[in-house]
Write a protein that binds this ligand. Structure first.
Ligand code: PEP
Ligand code: MN
Length: 344
């Protein structure tokens, strides 16, 4: 349930409503928007008499939330959530571009790619140190050593780091290095991990599970939000279908559906969404046109010899060409590219 306060409600009106709800055994989550404050009623207390709350001073409306997710819903938080990342307000008009290799392979590799994506206009650097691989015999990532190389790349380029955390116990360690914690598709419903990243209060990029519905993605986001961590970006990365021409089927529909259902920023991952570098540019442009707030792209200077996902990785020149096209497309669809200094 949510309580929509009148635009003219006083601070006292708001605190009275909160006290009444708490007295009934519920938790309260506040959304202070541009227009008005909305009070989210969270938890399982005794049934609430909606009419009673509706009669309180300053209350405009009391509504049941029609979805199983609440804090993630637009009903509860009508304004777009903005998440700062290297001068970009992700979720606002600026497009965010996160780019880098699938895996951190060595120090030289990550630093070389970081410089290349920085020059082409990337907002942040991606790179996995802890890799969720389908086979236990595939490269599993460099672990903490990889995180240290990412920190070196950040020191050299100024790019913030987006990197995956797979294990709840590793959250404090990864938080020491990462600017954004990535939750991979395979862990979207790892609830212990979702609680841990929620507790951390670190920004999160939450990927959609490969066989998960949009509603399940939003429920997973709700786990993180329910810890008071509001800095969650949703990521469409392709789903499993009967189609075999591409690695996954990028669900373009998910972008407008998520933007309507939720206030959280939506990032598109056409690299995993297609699995083939030659389709990445078209799907990236389509995602921007569909309303994505940003892209996460795999870039590698030597994709033929990459330790993981070389087939879907763009060479730096191809990445730069894609960024240029995205820059041209942006104003046509009401978006912009952040203007940033080029040297740091
Ligand atoms: C990745 O980003 O390299 C990755 C493993 O992605 P996903 O979890 O979407 O498969
Ligand atoms: Mn990958």
């Amino acid at each position: 349930m949510i309580v929509v306060m009148d635009a003219k409600a006083s601070a006292r009106d708001i605190s009275d409503v909160i006290a009444r709800i708490r007295a009934m055994g519920f938790d309260v989550h506040l959304s202070e928007g541009k227009e008005r404050t909305i009070i989210g009623v969270i938890g399982r207390g005794r049934p609430i008499d909606r009419e009673q709350i509706g009669l309180m001073s300053g209350v405009q409306n009391v509504m049941p939330v029609s979805h199983p997710y609440k804090i993630a819903s637009r009903e509860y938080h009508p304004d777009d959530t903005l998440i700062p990342l290297n001068g970009v307000q992700v979720g606002g008009p600026d497009l965010a571009i996160v780019a880098g290799p699938c895996s951190v392979e060595d120090r030289t590799q990550i630093i070389e790619i970081a410089h290349a994506v920085r020059e082409a206009g990337a907002t942040a650097l991606r790179g996995g140190a802890f890799k969720p691989r389908s086979s236990p015999y595939s490269f599993q990532g460099l672990g903490e050593e990889g995180l240290k190389y990412l920190a070196d790349a950040r020191a050299e380029t100024g790019l913030p780091i987006v990197t995956e955390v797979m294990d709840p116990q590793a959250v404090p360690l990864v938080c020491q290095y990462a600017d954004v914690l990535q939750i991979g598709a395979r862990n979207m419903q790892n609830y212990t991990l979702l609680h841990a990243v929620g507790e951390s209060q670190h920004p999160v990029l939450l990927k959609r599970g490969m066989s998960s519905t949009i509603e399940e993605l939003l429920m997973s986001a709700e786990y993180i939000l329910s810890h008071g961590n509001m800095r969650v970006m949703l990521c469409e990365r392709g789903i499993r279908t009967f189609e075999t021409a591409t690695r996954n089927t990028f669900d373009i529909n998910a972008i407008p559906v998520l933007k309507q259902a939720s206030h959280l920023p939506v990032i598109a991952d056409p690299s995993h969404g297609t699995g083939k570098w030659e389709y990445v540019e078209s799907v990236s442009l389509a995602a921007i046109a569909a309303g994505a707030d940003g892209l996460i792209l795999e870039v590698h200077h030597d994709p033929e010899n990459a330790q993981s996902d070389g087939r879907q990785s763009l060479k730096p020149e191809k990445f730069a060409a894609l960024v240029e096209k995205a820059r041209q497309l942006a104003p046509i669809v009401g978006r912009q590219f952040p203007v940033r200094e080029t040297v740091r």
